[in-house]
Design a protein around this ligand. Structure first.
Ligand code: AMP
Length: 303
């Protein structure tokens, strides 16, 4: 089954201890789409300005991403500028320019209105809802957000969360959204907003999956060289949702495997700047790292 995604398509300027890129391809929906494309077809809804290089659209199409819902309008593409110091888990935003996203009114192409798997990637929660309201009867709606929206559009975000099955956000944002320091207590507060499950991304410490009844924990793949963590969260979400959509169902076994595929995809993404590593992957590499995760986490019970 294909996935419908709305989110940012961006030109990012990023500095890490390994170097710097300027106006490189990025955006939550882009990282998500390319990552998910290794599992299932993806339909993208977003907007770019006339300055957006056509080669980036071609790259998305090469990965089977349907860009008929990607509007190109007068104005400048969304831009994000950030840097990472020695703690690569912490992105510092230097500048966010919404540009064409400020007046964006998403219109779903008719063929996307029957989508069963929907991912509301990190973008204005009002836009997330505008997209969702045009989808007829989705089976699974997952959503991401970030501190920028929790601070500036909290009420709108909480309205969006009422319509969401799975919330995928990072640990600091869970605490910020719930206004609660303890993570387990914070997840309970977030369940009360609407989501039935929560994926908590924890950077180099891995990720946790919470439902009101279960918790599942995965480590991050231990890497010697982390070049650029930008997009790791969206890439995780792409592997997670991509695998679920491929299976077509969300039972516990598939959810657990989806958490591993999310971790696998994120681990590749951070090995290079922008989408350089993600666009050069093979399915064999993905499956090999999936198996390495099995070895990494397996242990026997004592007799
Ligand atoms: P991540 O590292 O997974 O949190 O995602 C980084 C990506 O999110 C970058 O490529 C940015 O272009 C994009 N981004 C940063 N700030 C925002 C925002 N306020 N809304 C939407 N996307 C954003």
């Amino acid at each position: 089954m294909s996935i419908l995604v709305v989110g940012s398509v961006a030109l990012d300027t990023v500095q890490t201890p390994s170097g710097k890129v300027s106006d490189a391809l990025g955006g939550s929906a882009v990282y998500f789409s390319v990552s998910a494309s290794y599992f299932t077809p993806v339909n993208l809804v977003a907007v770019v300005g006339r300055d957006f290089p056509e080669r980036h659209v071609k790259l998305l199409n090469k990965h089977g991403v349907d860009t008929s819902g990607l509007q190109k309008v007068k104005g400048k593409t969304f831009r994000w500028k950030g840097h990472y110091m020695h703690d690569l888990n912490q992105a510092h935003t230097l500048d966010t320019q919404l540009n064409v996203f400020a007046d964006f009114s998403p219109e779903l192409p008719e063929k996307h209105k029957g989508s069963k798997f929907v991912f509301l990637a990190n973008i204005d929660p009002v836009l997330q809802r505008k997209v969702l309201s045009q989808v007829r009867r989705p089976n699974v709606v997952a959503c991401d957000t970030m501190n920028f929206w929790i601070e500036s559009k909290r009420k709108e975000l909480i309205k969006t969360l009422k319509l969401v099955d799975i919330l995928v956000i990072n640990e600091a944002e869970v605490r910020q959204l719930a206004k609660e320091k303890n993570l387990v207590k914070a997840t309970k507060k977030i369940f009360a907003f609407g989501p039935k499950a929560l994926v908590v991304k924890r950077g180099e410490y891995g990720a946790l999956f919470f439902t009101p009844k279960h918790i599942f924990s995965v480590p991050a793949y231990p890497l010697e060289n982390v070049v650029d963590p930008t997009g790791a969260g969206d890439t995780f979400a792409g592997g997670f949702m991509g695998y679920l959509a491929k299976c077509g169902k969300t039972d516990e076994r598939n959810l657990r495997r989806a958490m591993i595929f999310g971790s696998v995809m994120a681990s590749f993404n951070v090995e290079d700047f922008s989408l350089n590593r993600l666009t050069a992957l093979t399915k064999a590499e993905i499956n090999k790292r999936f198996e390495q995760f099995k070895k990494l986490t397996h242990f026997d019970l004592i007799k």
